[in-house]
Design a protein around this ligand. Sequence first.
Ligand code: ZN
Length: 109
Amino acid sequence: MDADLLRTLGIDPAALEPAPPWAPYRGTSTARLDGGHRCARCGQPARATRVVDAPGLGRRWLDTCRDDFLAVARLRPSRMPSTVEGIVADLRAAAVEVGAPLTVVVDEP
Ligand SMILES: [Zn+2]
């Protein structure tokens, strides 16, 4: 999915800096936005950053300006379920994972 995102944006994953193997906490990401990093797409000063998984290269920093941050957000599909059935399925899967019984009652208006 991240490979498609990078290809659509015309970003060469090999040009992105390697990211740490752990999930960066907010402070790590904020520290990257010190003015020393440029948008991977247009070269403007970076205003946002995220970690992407580049096939064959591993985790990489994707630094973006505001406009390209918004472009990435528009291209990345939401991982949240958008239907009641999808939400209930997620709840059931979470309940099974933790071994908790789950009863779902959906009231129709
Ligand atoms: Zn940009």
